[in-house]
Design a protein around this ligand. Structure first.
Ligand SMILES: [Zn+2]
Length: 134
């Protein structure tokens, strides 16, 4: 198994948790042994789906499970991953502003004036930065 696929399996396993990816599953020391077990399973007529070996993020051995193509692993990880640590959600950015506005007793008009002026300052600063970067 190549390194990319190996790491994707480990990451997806960590997201799914030990109960689903490790607990109660037969461990294999080597990928080869897991592959032989998977091949035997895949020849069995009563199987529900084909299986493949995957590295376990918890016991550091191999198990066999439903075949997960790279695209499916990547989509799963992207869907379940949180935003990078320094990316705040828009709601998180606005929360202190909303609270400040609620506590200020300001009218909407007064607040709008302040925001409009602040936006002008922000835009002017951005323009300045852009012009002085080149
Ligand atoms: Zn395991």
């Amino acid at each position: 198994m190549d390194t990319t696929l190996y790491n994707l399996h480990l990451r997806a396993g960590q997201i799914c948790g030990k109960d689903k990816t490790c607990a109660g599953k037969k461990p294999f020391d080597e990928e080869d042994a897991a592959q032989r077990a998977a091949n035997a399973h895949n020849r069995w007529e009563g199987r529900r789906h084909d299986v493949e070996p995957y590295p376990c993020a918890f016991c550091e051995q191999w198990h066999i499970g439903r075949i997960m193509p790279i695209a499916e692993l990547e989509a799963f990880i992207t869907e379940k991953s949180e935003l990078p640590p320094n990316t705040k959600s828009f709601d998180a950015i606005l929360a202190p502003i909303r609270q400040g506005f609620a506590e200020s007793g300001m009218s909407e008009e007064e607040a709008l004036d302040i925001f409009t002026n602040e936006l002008k300052v922000i835009r002017a600063n951005r323009r300045y930065d852009k012009e002085n970067k080149a």
